[in-house]
Design a binder for this molecule. Structure first.
Ligand SMILES: Nc1ncnc2c1ncn2[C@@H]1O[C@H](COP(=O)(O)OP(=O)(O)OP(=O)(O)O)[C@@H](O)[C@H]1O
Ligand SMILES: O=P(O)(O)OC[C@H]1O[C@H](OP(=O)(O)OP(=O)(O)O)[C@H](O)[C@@H]1O
Ligand SMILES: O=C(O)c1cccnc1
Ligand SMILES: [Mg+2]
Length: 541
């Protein structure tokens, strides 16, 4: 079967929802609302991480959910036991017959940048069914988009450095861990340590070793085998003897006493190099990076080189990562020059240990020689902002607009069935996202269009777009996915392409400029008239 099917999350099913969706379904059904036709918008109100953009993700999983949206016999049995006993039997018959065949779902492209208030999805269809989808769609979009956004921010901070996601052990459970691996890859990571994610989503898997591996060796007597066949074939050589000879040679470069270096660590590195002579990567901070780890690593790497193998690099997991990376690179360069081994100066220096976006930016400022990060906790738990506040709001019922009022203007919903367009400048930058009523004609290239702030009357601007992109397109109709879906790799590339359309000031880390989201003149008037119609006039006394 395709990867996409393999990747399907087994626990995503109709009962993965809030009870109130099902109790509302019964009350809707009881009050004869089975034929009512609804339009819901799924959107967020604020970008996460004090940023001014969000990456939309999770669409494919939503579509897979619609494909199998059906209450099984055991689901119905469970609901019968759980809901009050007065619920009529016919409701359960109705519930066992529901599917998403009468639902139509429009969405923006998965991996695209998105902004507050612009629907990520517009879901239309029978009120009861579309309401029943709320929680599941939200849970599929919220974390996925948050994670992809977090990863995209790390990618921007890290530039061309390699980024690996190491978060499974710290993630919000197995499902959170799996989603984190998938959506951090989409957002810009190069791979994951999560083997199941690698298998399910075809993501590159990578890894080094833990401190336990190093500390499990006490000394050379723990080594049962020290022989390694040269890469080109021939008689196996004693890697330990070769490495020890190199260690003696290197002592003057490292300006340490050979006895300071740990023999247990050296033994661990020898055994790992024998197991993976072509992929030798060493954790060097177990005892002392400068006095032991780097010296032992370089000795083993040079011994491997004698046998025709190229070591990969080191991992630093504690201490001052900027300083230690500079020290390591300096040694690698000296060795490269002294022994005329050009690639030695380019060995990989991976850093890990509680890295977050700010750490990467700070390391960049300080100057460092790291070219790869392994990132877990902060990335997968989105520690800086643990949830994206996507909501799902009714905007139209039976062709009548619906509005949700609030004391907080930011929470007032934009009523009616709407379309969204992204207007671009001649240079290719996105200028504004424009929301219009669906029956308005779309903005046209090279024609002036009035873009209004949804709530502040005086804030408006004319825009003459050089390109107009229709953001919401139909993905699900008549019971089937109706667009070719991009694979993970294409979505990942789409994220970077989409981010390139944003001006740098919108993407910067500190006090970024908000991207403008506007409404058409027609939607502005419509919204404010409806607001006045629905807002009760109070009486002062
Ligand atoms: N040069 C640096 N600039 C900014 N932050 C750094 C720098 N080097 C390391 N860090 C960060 O500082 C923190 C150091 O954490 P902590 O004090 O727990 O680690 P440690 O003492 O080095 O390691 P451990 O306790 O695992 O031996 C980590 O979050 C790390 O990512
Ligand atoms: O720091 P994170 O971003 O979460 O990255 C993953 C961490 O997981 C491992 O540590 P481990 O679980 O062995 O424990 P430690 O915290 O004591 O290093 C690894 O050495 C990293 O430090
Ligand atoms: O492979 C690694 O180095 C790794 C994997 C998970 C967590 N920490 C490190
Ligand atoms: Mg750690």
């Amino acid at each position: 079967m395709t990867e996409r099917r393999l990747g399907q999350n087994g626990i995503v099913q109709p009962l993965l929802t809030d009870l109130y969706q099902i109790t509302m379904a019964y009350a809707y059904w009881k009050s004869g609302k089975t034929k009512d036709y609804s339009v819901f918008d799924l959107f967020f109100r604020k970008n996460p991480f004090q940023g001014e953009f969000t990456i939309f993700a999770g669409l494919e999983e939503c579509l897979k959910f619609l494909e199998k949206f059906h209450y099984s016999i055991s689901d119905i049995e469970y609901l019968k036991q759980t809901l009050p006993s007065n619920i009529e039997e016919e409701f359960y018959e109705f519930l066992s017959s529901v599917s998403a065949k009468d639902v139509t779902l429009y969405a923006i492209a998965e991996g695209s940048v998105a902004f507050p208030r612009v629907p990520l999805m517009r879901v239309e269809g029978p009120l009861i069914i579309v309401q029943l989808l709320e929680t599941t769609l939200l849970t599929l979009v919220n974390y996925a988009s948050l994670m992809a956004t977090n990863a995209a921010r790390y990618r921007m901070a890290a530039g061309n450095m390699k980024l690996f996601e190491f978060g499974l052990r710290r993630a919000q459970g197995p499902d959170g861990g799996l989603s984190a691996s998938k959506y951090s890859y989409i957002g810009g990571f190069d791979g994951t340590s999560n083997v199941l994610a690698g298998k399910l989503f075809n993501i590159p898997v990578k890894g080094t070793h833990a401190h336990a591996y190093i500390t499990s060796f006490n000394g050379f007597t723990d080594l049962r085998n020290t022989k390694l066949e040269p890469k080109a074939g021939g008689e196996p050589r004693d890697l330990l003897q070769l490495a020890l000879a190199w260690r003696t040679d290197l002592v003057p470069i490292f300006k340490v006493v050979a006895s300071e270096a740990s023999d247990g660590e050296m033994a661990a590195l020898i055994s790992f190099a024998i197991a993976f002579p072509d992929g030798f990567m060493a954790l060097v901070d177990t005892y002392d990076v400068k006095r032991s780890g780097l010296l032992n690593f370089c000795s083993v790497a040079l011994a491997l080189n004698e046998l025709g193998y190229r070591a990969v690099g080191i991992r630093l997991d504690s201490g001052d990562l900027a300083y230690l990376s500079n020290v390591a690179r300096q040694f690698f360069s000296e060795i490269s020059e002294k022994y005329n081994i050009p690639w030695f100066q380019d060995l990989m220096i991976m850093a890990s240990n509680d890295i977050n976006e700010e750490t990467i930016l700070s390391l960049n400022e300080q100057g460092h020689k790291i070219n790869c990060f392994g990132i877990g906790t902060h990335l997968v738990t989105c520690q800086r902002q643990p949830a994206l506040g996507c909501v799902y709001k009714l905007v139209e019922l039976n062709d009548q607009p619906r509005i949700k009022l609030s004391q907080d203007v930011a929470k007032v919903t934009l009523p009616g069935r709407k379309d969204a367009y992204r207007l671009y400048s001649e240079s290719g930058h996105a200028l504004v996202d424009l929301l219009q009523r669906s029956d308005e004609s779309p903005p046209a290239i090279n024609e002036k269009v009035l873009c209004r702030h949804p709530f502040i009357e005086s804030k408006r601007a004319y825009v003459i777009p050089s390109r107009v992109e229709k953001l919401l397109t139909v993905y699900w109709k008549d019971g089937a996915i109706c667009q070719m879906l991009p694979d993970l790799q294409q979505i990942k590339e789409g994220v970077q392409t989409s981010l390139k359309t944003l001006r740098p000031d919108i993407k910067r880390n500190l006090n970024p400029t908000p991207f403008k989201v506007a409404v058409s003149d027609c939607l502005y008037t419509f919204l404010h008239n409806l607001w006045l119609e629905n807002a009760p006039i109070g009486e002062l006394s």
